[in-house]
Design a protein around this ligand. Structure first.
Ligand code: PLP
Length: 376
């Protein structure tokens, strides 16, 4: 069932790419268990390993470094596994799948632009080293899901490695939008999620150095080189692999991200022209080309999201709403934004199917709401 309307919520999930859907349908007709040695099993195994090669190539890693998981959340949780008592450092803008999974982590501040405060990171690293605990695990996302702000991972890696620590990078939002090279970034571990780049929901991967010392979260059989038990979700993994190839092709052709950046910039210029007091977040830092987070002065994000939905336009509140309840964004709060303003921020995120007309319809509806609310 194709839904009508304008979809501008790619950072929540991207529509399934045609190539991924086709690969999944084909995989559903393969009967074997990838662990079985017979021909049926070997056919399923081939699908899994082909996808593993595609995912590894996406981030410049080796296929045996890829552990398929149920998504970005599980990949992040698995990245945190390791020696007991190891201190964990996270940026204050990380996704809840890290913040909630490591409640005693030391949080490193963001600056007003959304970039990581590197001096604060250095201080926290030095303090963690003084405790005499096992070497620290630092987890910093490459691109933020709410603002799109890109963190200086290579510099972070230098600081972390100089102190004997390990670096995990949540690259869930960056994958498919930026070229990725795990080695160049300096990440020892890197998380991916299929549905953010046009693959199916419920599958992702942790790409981990061979000596990462992971402790499986799910125990049982010896699948995924004993790092994640359970029969692989073959069709979803095949869809993930196909989506990765399609996303890489878009990136290699070089036109897609500049196209999205142009649409995004046109939208932001029009928003600022219509509402000069609207505040744009993250625009002073390097940002993903598809992401925009801004306020409608005086109007709560929930009101905007609902009014836009009535007009057939899907965006999200720039806040966490995974439980249906909208909380002011911890990312914006970490950037020093006050609670009232943070509650007025929406996130508009574009992707491969977004067209000029979608942005025009969004602007028409957003401006009409602003005029209505300003007159009220
Ligand atoms: N990390 C980031 C930055 C995300 O944006 C998300 C999803 O919103 C996740 C992790 C979790 O990924 P998944 O939905 O595959 O569990």
């Amino acid at each position: 069932m194709r839904q009508q309307g304008v979809y501008l919520d790619y950072n929540a999930t991207a529509p399934l790419r045609r190539q991924a859907a086709e690969a999944m349908v084909e995989a559903f007709s393969v009967a074997g268990n990838p662990s079985s040695v017979h021909g049926f099993g070997r056919a399923a195994r081939r699908l899994v390993e082909t996808a593993r090669e595609a995912v590894a190539a996406l981030v410049g890693a080796e296929p045996d470094q890829v552990v398929f998981t149920s998504g970005g959340t599980e990949a992040n949780n698995l990245a945190l596994s390791g020696p007991a008592g190891r201190p964990v450092l996270l940026s204050a803008g990380e996704h809840d799948s890290l913040l909630k999974a490591a409640p005693s982590a030391i949080l490193v501040a963001l600056d007003a632009s959304g970039a990581l405060d590197l001096e604060a990171l250095e201080q926290a690293l030095d303090q963690a080293r003084e405790t005499g605990a096992p070497p620290v695990l630092v987890s910093i996302m490459l691109a933020n899901n709410e603002t799109g702000v890109i963190q200086p991972l290579e510099r972070v890696a230098e600081l972390v490695h100089a102190r004997g620590g390990r670096l995990h990078c949540d690259a869930v939002q960056a994958a498919g939008k930026l070229p990725l090279d795990k080695t160049r970034l300096g990440a020892d571990l890197l998380s991916l999620s299929a549905h953010k780049l046009g693959g199916p929901m419920g599958v992702g991967a942790l790409v981990a150095d061979r000596d990462a010392g992971l402790t499986p979260l799910i125990r049982g059989g010896g699948q995924e080189r004993r790092r994640r038990a359970g029969t692989e979700n073959v069709a979803a993994i095949a869809g993930f692999g196909a989506a990765v190839l399609a996303a890489r092709q878009d990136l290699a052709e070089g036109a897609e991200m500049p196209r999205l950046a142009r649409l995004r910039d046109r939208m932001e210029d029009a928003v600022q022209a219509a509402a000069p007091a609207a505040r744009l977040f993250g625009a002073d830092a390097p940002r993903l080309p598809n992401t925009s987070c801004f306020t409608m002065p005086g109007v709560r994000a929930e009101t905007q999201v609902m009014a836009l939905d009535l007009a057939g336009i899907a965006v999200s509140a720039g806040a966490a709403c995974s439980s249906g309840k909208v909380e002011p964004s911890h990312v914006l709060r970490a950037m020093g934004v006050g609670p009232l303003e943070a509650e007025q921020a929406i996130r508009v995120s574009l992707g491969w199917a977004t067209r000029e007309a979608d942005i025009s319809l969004f602007l028409e509806a957003w401006k009409a709401l602003y005029v209505r609310r300003s007159a009220a």
